[in-house]
Design a protein around this ligand. Structure first.
Ligand SMILES: [Zn+2]
Length: 249
């Protein structure tokens, strides 16, 4: 039981809460410039229909998404609530991650600039900063690229590469993060993107000093827990909902 997460009496309240967090996460991704045309998706597992997930309507700006715009997709990739289409890549990747990882409530992926730049190097992130230690021994490299992910087998391979980690670097593509809450998955994405930026900057400027293994492992426990990931999102949620309350519509 994740006791830090708000508890609800009804499934409708739980669903509403999850969708609000999801809409807010999209607004933040828009604010941070994580969108690249129509690419990118964040999914939230439905609290009742556990093989269904909520996702952004294909082709809508992250910066415009409201709770009422979110669509519900079933395990066959059919939109069962909402009248927009689902991005085929969103279904191919996210359905397989949600299926392989029952603990995962939400998954985030976009073509953010530093994440995709870093992904082209085909390397894991090094423990260069306190913040990136959240991913120490807890992220994977999907060391392959064969075109836009449209078939379920490719999604399965990505889920397999992710394993039980919180994040994966998809080579030549971008970042993918997961969490026990929408808040957590979104926060890991935001801080991982910035960690890619930090490592690119540090390596461009010189030869970075790495945090020692024991210290990196200790720090990963301190900043990389599920509750830490959830908590990291809270100030951003407060900010975006105050500035853009129409996201609740
Ligand atoms: Zn993609």
């Amino acid at each position: 039981m994740n006791s830090y997460l708000p508890q609800f009496d009804t499934v409708d309240e739980a669903r509403r809460h999850r969708k609000e967090r999801l809409a807010a996460a999209f607004r933040l991704f828009g604010r941070f410039g994580f969108d690249e045309g129509v690419a990118g998706h964040i999914t939230a597992r439905d609290p009742e229909l556990l093989d269904h997930f909520w996702v952004n309507p294909f082709g809508m700006s992250f910066s415009h998404i409201r709770v009422s715009d979110l669509i519900l997709v079933n395990d066959k990739g059919e939109v069962v609530q909402g009248d927009a289409a689902v991005n085929a890549a969103a279904f191919a990747i996210h359905s397989q991650i949600h299926a392989a990882r029952p603990d995962v409530i939400a998954a985030a992926h976009s073509h953010s600039i530093y994440g995709k730049s870093w992904s082209a190097l085909g390397r894991l992130l090094d423990p260069l900063t306190q913040d990136v230690c959240a991913f120490y021994e807890d992220h994977a490299l999907f060391d392959d690229y064969t075109g836009v992910v449209l078939d379920l087998e490719e999604g399965k391979r990505i889920a397999h590469a992710l394993g039980d980690h919180k994040a994966a670097i998809l080579r030549n593509h971008g970042l993918l993060t997961v969490g026990h809450s929408v808040d957590e998955a979104a926060w890991w994405f935001i801080t991982m993107e910035r960690s890619c930026q930090a490592q690119l900057l540090a390596e461009a400027a010189g030869t970075p000093v790495l945090i020692e293994e024991d210290s990196a492992r200790l720090t990963s426990k301190q900043v990389g827990s599920h509750v830490a990931g959830w908590f990291g999102f809270q100030p951003l949620y407060a900010k975006i909902t105050r500035e853009q309350p129409d996201l609740f519509d």
